[in-house]
Design a protein around this ligand. Structure first.
Ligand SMILES: *Cc1c(COP(=O)(O)O)cnc(C)c1O
Length: 356
């Protein structure tokens, strides 16, 4: 039986990336070594880091004003590192509260910066960026471009203003084109759309560096990491090598334009299945539905449990919603093939016929 994971992360990989990685694990290019064995100070690893940065820069057309950092920690760790790095000592920052992950970002930032709520959502829809009330003296304005647990996604991006925009794009970076120049800082965990857990990508406008709070540990200091080519301590070398393979695959598959087309097609098929009748339903307003994390419900929790376990028995894995939200959730990251979405939709239609 073929199996597809719809997990929230680590996510499904494209088969050609897994094949290339098997090769890299046996032998990295002509080094005579496994990619796992390369010292982080070696020329071979510097090549991997440089090539990964170049691939990311070309995919997202990252301007020269922005630095790219390959760090550890995951987005959750960077919730506190952002204010420590960007707000200086007397910081204040605007936050947009829209769901589970932005609430966690706010909770983690609060000990380090004076958090001001500039806008908030209602759990079903998102506040229009034109209505955000930013304080011009804030060090930055943080928002979550895609609320992974709730199933919400901003489709309209905020314009650039006097307050630098900071975005947690853990779930939707590299699923669509992005005007990077509008952002002060973009960050994302690796294990959703660009590879393995253990890597956090930071894209930061250079002029925002240099404001680190005294006492910040050296490996967590963005400015120092930028100066020392992300080698203040050992970077997540294998996760960077995995990201390089994923980025190359994305380039070969039509870049972020191609990723967006696939993401639109996959999510449209699932939402069409949800919208057929009232058996499946989603509380999310149509204009703010995530293309990446499709959250839905069945008429009763018992039917949801039966759906999730029958789906798993049919090779459609990890369709349970976030533990704090419940229901069903299909996570359609870059590595999830369209054919698996077709199988899921067929299963949904069959389940509705039998139980509806
Ligand atoms: C997954 C996710 C996180 C947490 O990522 P970790 O790698 O577990 O720290 C944070 N924000 C968003 C939007 C996410 O989707």
């Amino acid at each position: 039986m073929s199996v597809t994971s719809f997990a929230s992360g680590p996510a499904t990989f494209p088969p050609p990336v897994l094949e290339a990685l098997q090769h890299d694990i046996s032998m990295w290019r002509s080094s005579g070594q496994s990619v796992l064995e390369l010292p982080f100070t070696s020329r071979d690893f510097s090549e991997i880091l440089d090539e990964a940065e170049l691939a990311l820069r070309s995919l997202l057309a990252i301007p020269a004003s922005h630095r790219v950092l390959f760090l550890q920690g995951g987005a959750f760790t960077h919730f506190s590192l952002l204010p420590m790095n960007l707000a200086g000592q007397s910081g204040r920052a605007d936050y947009i509260e829209t769901g589970l992950w932005s609430r966690r970002a706010i909770a983690e930032a609060s000990p380090w910066v004076d958090v001001r709520l500039a806008a908030n959502g209602d759990g079903r829809s998102l506040p229009d960026p034109r209505s955000w009330r930013m304080d011009p003296t804030s060090a930055y304005c943080h928002y979550t471009s895609n609320e992974t647990a709730d199933g919400l996604q901003f489709h309209a991006l905020p314009g650039a203003g006097p307050v630098p925009l900071v975005a947690d794009m853990s779930a939707d970076l590299l699923t669509r084109p992005l005007p990077v120049e509008r952002f002060g800082l973009i960050y994302a965990s690796g294990q959703k759309n660009l590879g393995a857990a253990g890597l956090t990508i930071i894209i930061v406008r250079e002029d925002l560096l240099g404001k680190v709070r005294p006492g910040t540990p050296a490996p967590l200091d963005y400015t120092r990491q930028a100066k020392e080519a992300c080698k203040v301590n050992t970077p997540p070398t294998f996760a960077v090598a995995v990201a390089l393979r994923m980025l190359r695959w994305l380039i070969d598959a039509g870049g972020v334009g191609g990723a967006e087309e696939r993401s639109l097609r996959k999510s449209a098929k699932l939402y069409a299945a949800l919208d057929t009748d009232a058996f499946y339903s989603t509380p999310i307003a149509p204009a703010h539905r995530s293309r990446v994390n499709i959250r839905f419900h069945l008429p009763t929790p018992a039917l949801e449990d039966a759906f999730i376990s029958e789906a798993a028995a049919n090779g459609l894995l990890y369709l349970g919603g976030h533990p704090s939200i419940g229901g069903v959730r299909a996570n359609l990251y870059n590595g999830v093939p369209e054919a698996s979405v077709d199988v899921l939709v067929a299963f949904m239609n069959d389940f509705r016929r039998r139980k509806g």
